[in-house]
Write a protein that binds this ligand. Structure first.
Ligand SMILES: Cc1cc2nc3c(=O)[nH]c(=O)nc-3n(C[C@H](O)[C@H](O)[C@H](O)COP(=O)(O)OP(=O)(O)OC[C@H]3O[C@@H](n4cnc5c(N)ncnc54)[C@H](O)[C@@H]3O)c2cc1C
Length: 257
């Protein structure tokens, strides 16, 4: 079975800063691109002059326009490109993959994440207006209107630039009653700690959560990004749980260093 994802050429049609650290890019011309329709779907993005991909959530795909909300941090391959005027640039986008899969019994959503998780948390909350949704957002910018109004949001500031205290936030959570679904993304080391906490302390069934390492705190540019797509497909084919698959993904990235 091939693990190679299909890819599409796209042109940046619009670039719009949303806040100090978040830039919206609207891409067009993606012939043949089909959305999975799943709220946390992501694509690989290769920017001009580069071969490595970075991964971005599909904030929306409508009328042939693919919207990505890109965090610009201190340094980085996509960061440096997205910081300047990139309208008209041609990029490559891979076919989308997704993980969000709440069980039918879920009566609530708890979403926790940093700035990189905001696009997915916004789309997840928009996709399930029927469920009470509690969000903990650790962001350096004012993004008051970014999430839909029905979400009950606790805004948190990162303890320092490129740092996160989300693991301790989750350890202190009071969970809503009954069955629900927990979705979380952010810095990888924090996510590993949270998976352990969910398994050992909360004893949440692995079908009731997705915890994903979206980026790694390393010095300088990341040496190699690992495509979550093949890891995801191989894990699903092997009958692994989402939690096992994301642990495999963390391991693959560590092996790539
Ligand atoms: C499934 C998935 C979906 C994602 N969705 C989004 C999304 O919608 N929007 C988005 O912006 N990101 C998203 N990310 C995270 C994004 O892929 C990483 O942050 C990526 O490393 C950014 O690439 P870069 O080229 O700018 O920096 P890199 O060249 O990868 O890294 C350069 C330096 O910046 C540091 N760094 C990387 N990311 C961050 C960060 N977020 N904050 C602070 N320091 C950082 C690294 O530790 C390194 O030192 C997603 C990741 C995954 C796996």
């Amino acid at each position: 079975m091939s693990t190679r994802a299909a890819s599409f050429q796209a042109t940046v049609r619009r670039r719009e800063p949303l806040s100090d650290h978040l830039v919206r890019l609207v891409l067009g011309g993606l012939d043949g691109f089909v959305s999975t329709g799943v709220a946390d779907e992501w694509v690989g993005l290769v920017v001009p002059g580069q071969f490595q991909s970075r991964y971005y959530t599909v904030r929306s795909f409508a009328d042939g326009a693919l919207t990505l909300d890109v965090v610009v941090h201190d340094t980085g391959l996509v960061t440096e490109w997205a910081t300047r005027d990139c309208v008209g640039d041609v990029v490559t986008v891979t076919e989308p993959k997704a993980g969000f899969d709440p069980p039918g019994s879920a009566a609530w959503l708890v979403l926790v994440g940093d700035l990189t998780a905001m696009p997915a948390m916004a789309r997840i909350a928009e996709s399930r207006p029927d469920l009470p949704t509690y969000v903990w957002a650790e962001v350096p910018d004012d993004l008051t209107d970014y999430l839909p109004a029905h979400a009950q949001v606790t805004w948190l500031r990162p303890p320092a630039p490129a740092q996160s205290a989300l693991a301790s936030v989750v350890e202190g959570l009071e969970w809503p009653d009954g069955e629900g679904y927990f979705w979380m993304a952010g810095e990888s080391a924090q996510m590993r700690a949270i998976r352990k906490h969910l398994m050992r302390e909360v004893r949440m069934p692995s079908t009731h959560y997705d915890v994903m390492g979206y980026w790694r705190a390393t010095l300088g540019r990341q040496p190699r990004a690992v495509d979550p797509g093949p890891v995801w497909r191989a894990g699903k084919a092997a009958g692994k749980t989402d939690e096992q698959i994301w642990a495999d993904y963390d391991a693959a990235r560590e092996a790539g260093e």
